[in-house]
Design a protein around this ligand. Sequence first.
Ligand code: TRP
Length: 327
Amino acid sequence: MAARTNPTRILSGIQPSGPLHLGNYFGVIRPAVALQTEGEAFYFVADLHALTTVRSPLDVRRWSQGVALDLLAAGLEPAHAVLFRQSDVPEVTELAWILSTVTPLGLLERAHAYKDKVARGLSASHGLFAYPVLMAADILLYDADLVPVGRDQTQHVEITRDIAAKLNEAYGSVFKLPKTSVLDDVAVVPGTDGQKMSKSYGNTIELGLAGGALRKRVMEIVTDSASVADPKNPSGSAIVALYRLVASGGEVRQMEEEFRAGGVGYSEFKRRLFEALEAYFVPFHSRREALAREPAAINRLLKAGAERARAVAIRTMARVRQAVGID
Ligand code: TRP
């Protein structure tokens, strides 16, 4: 096979703003891990972004380590993908500053994520407002071609393209524009209330749950008032949507048929979902537990990843510094 001179660079970040949940797993982690062999993958723990919402240093440390463990337990291979902590590459904040000097305020004022967070009562800090600029720096620092993100982050990648274009307009072509690789084929994962699973809706099923705690959470999934005997609609059901992520095609078809036929109650369907979830995550949990026993090894791995990432970052910054006149 001919050597490819320019492998596609794939980049994504995951914010350690809490323990991850099934929505993060099926929406971003699993597809990102699947992409790791498609090019040169850079995946990082976006701890600087988490600082916009997490105020406890203990939580920042704990959840950052947690995201690294989740990625590794999900099958990220450090031989294929560079795994690092965002804050271990300080060039990113320097680039964010330079980008901020060409970023129109209006662009940031239109960001849905910012507006949503402020509407939910988060105080409108400069960091929260400038969040997309730091994200643009993440993406442009590594000359990423492809940025796999969930639907809620696509606007941020669009903003990155706009900022890159602004900088190119001012200084000549410094950056190539990244492709918004939306993980379109990824189903929206419903939470226990049927809305999209999201930490801010309080409807998550955390990745770490197992046994009784997982069963309890699954039993809390909201259903309509259909009785055991009643026929039920599988297409709007969060139970079926979640089951689809972890059960075989045959099992899903059987559940759908039994929904339509009636005669089986929601609690039985939830029991089946619980068992399928638990079985699906057995290998993940055992890998994660083994990794968690080696925190020093995980730290070494993150530092080694940061070194590889930093080598790229330093080259990009030399180019940028020269372009703007601070070389
Ligand atoms: N904002 C992303 C999220 O919350 C995380 C993130 C930070 C990111 N920097 C990134 C994703 C760069 C992709 C590329 O999910």
